[in-house]
Design a protein around this ligand. Structure first.
Ligand SMILES: NC(=O)c1ccc[n+]([C@@H]2O[C@H](COP(=O)([O-])OP(=O)(O)OC[C@H]3O[C@@H](n4cnc5c(N)ncnc54)[C@H](O)[C@@H]3O)[C@@H](O)[C@H]2O)c1
Length: 452
């Protein structure tokens, strides 16, 4: 919804001023820390988002960061540079799960590992914060939900933007009928840069010695070490989920939260690989069209999403929720709410058939029209515009973790983005991939969470 690049730049700027605070690894018994129940946290997948997540988590009170797992040795070594030489690191995430003193884990690995590590973590009695998309394939969703239910543990999926006040406000406005009945939502996420198109830097020491390549491959084809497939995994459908799983999922999550929807019933996507022909096997342009059925929370509407990684034109990424009486547009850290209502009278004259009638028929029609509608009926309510701004110092990412930790402390399994919510957002975007690759329209039961 909000521009991820801008958020990224904002976060990156913050990071460069205040990198990880050096906190030596310290074993404390689980208990009270400054009056707040201490939660011991470890991160599995210490790449880009693992760093951002860990930082956002630690900005909450009572969080002790005690370990990190990753498959690339350089990233583990860097954690020791940041946290101190005694900081616990491992290439094998199961060593994190075996540690009884760890309460919760962040799972920020490549998408293809999300389901397995989530299930293993829940079974090991850890609370789980798993990055989006919750799973890589629709077939994996039910097992994660079952494991979560059986575990009694708290789980949050990481589309953090819904924890901003703007989303809360949009949800409130829509529920109150402020923009009438929703009929259409459009959202785009275009980019125009190589890094934006996922071509991240590859370290010069990348090799089968510094990376646990066999483990990384999981159940995918056994192939020789390929640094691109490790450090630029989003470009390959074997490990990632393409633009749909990377970006559409944020848009769908936001829509489901704001409109209180369980999901679409029909899904179609088209696109192509137009520019970034660098060996990737996923499209760089994609449009998804999702039809949402009427429910007790909203009217039937259509959601159209677009990603174009080669947009050399104007990039104006926004989300507009359009209703019969106005629109909510997501802006930088806030909303623009526009309201207008049609006049009761339908109008007459101008670009209309009236002037083509015989003169006496024109006169008769005018008299008839004026007898039906008063002057007040002919006036539309003036259009109004209002801006909603998030509080200056608000950080949705920190708040998303705050919601996770608060529920852990309450002993509640419910979070703002629990696995049922997370799967209902992931499945339609994974269906976009299926639609694109199989050139077909998919039918989804959003209540039972099953393809039909
Ligand atoms: N919520 C957001 O806004 C947001 C933003 C960016 C990324 N993400 C998500 O975060 C996840 C990570 O993305 P990234 O950009 O940080 O990727 P990245 O390549 O920078 O980091 C991924 C890391 O996972 C590690 N990894 C993979 N399999 C592992 C395993 N079995 N055990 C331990 N470590 C393993 C890799 O070694 C790598 O260092 C993805 O799922 C992505 O979709 C979310």
């Amino acid at each position: 919804m909000k521009n991820n690049r801008r958020q990224f730049v904002k976060d990156a700027a913050k990071l460069s001023i205040a990198p990880f605070v050096l906190k030596p690894f310290n074993i404390l018994p689980t208990g009270k820390l400054g009056g707040i129940n201490n939660i011991r946290l470890a991160t599995i997948g210490m790449g880009i988002q693992g760093h951002y997540d860990t930082k956002a988590a630690r900005e909450n009170e009572g969080i002790e960061f005690v370990g990190a797992a990753d498959l690339y040795q350089g990233r583990l070594n860097h954690m020791k540079e940041l946290e101190g030489k005694d900081f616990f690191t491992t290439r094998d995430y199961r060593e994190i799960l075996n540690r009884k003193d760890i309460d919760a884990v962040i799972i920020a690995t490549t998408d293809h590992w999300h389901d397995k590590i989530t299930i293993d973590s829940l079974k090991a009695g850890k609370h789980v914060y798993c990055e989006k998309p919750m799973v890589q394939d629709i077939s994996e969703g039910a097992a994660v939900i079952d494991a979560w239910k059986a575990s009694g543990k708290t789980m949050q999926v990481g589309s953090q933007r819904i924890s901003g006040s703007d989303f809360e406000e949009a949800r409130r406005l829509i529920a109150a009928g402020e923009i009438g009945e929703i009929n259409f939502i459009e959202a785009s996420y275009d980019r125009f840069s190589s890094i934006g198109a996922w071509n991240y830097s590859i370290p010069l020491d990348a090799s089968a010695n510094t990376v646990d390549w066999d483990n990384y491959l999981k159940d995918t084809a056994k192939i020789p070490f390929d640094a691109k497939r490790f450090f630029r995994w989003r470009n390959y459908k074997e490990y990632g989920t393409g633009v749909a799983g990377d970006l559409f999922v944020h848009l769908v999550t936001g829509v489901h939260y704001a409109v209180q929807s369980k999901g679409p019933e029909r899904i179609y996507a088209s696109g192509g690989l137009t520019y970034w022909k660098d060996g990737r096997n996923v499209p760089d342009v994609m449009v998804g069209v999702l039809d949402y059925p009427k429910t007790d929370k909203h009217a039937a509407f259509q959601l159209v999403m677009r990603v174009n990684f080669a947009n050399a034109g104007t990039i104006n990424n926004n989300t507009r929720i359009i209703g019969s009486e106005g629109q909510i547009e997501f802006q930088w850290n806030g909303l623009k709410i526009t309201k207008r209502k049609l006049a009761k009278a339908p109008g007459m004259g101008g670009y209309d058939s009236l002037f083509t009638f015989e003169e006496k028929e024109q006169k008769a029609y005018e008299n008839h029209y004026n007898s039906l509608y008063s002057e007040a009926d002919k006036k539309a309510e003036p259009m109004t515009e209002r801006i909603f701004k998030n509080p200056e110092d608000e950080n949705e990412h920190v708040r998303h973790f705050g919601n996770f930790f608060e529920n852990i402390r309450k002993g509640s399994q419910d979070t703002v983005e629990d696995p049922i919510f997370g799967f209902r957002a992931a499945a339609p975007v994974l269906a976009c991939n299926k639609s694109y690759f199989e050139k077909t329209t998919l039918h989804w039961d959003p209540v039972k969470m099953k393809l039909i």
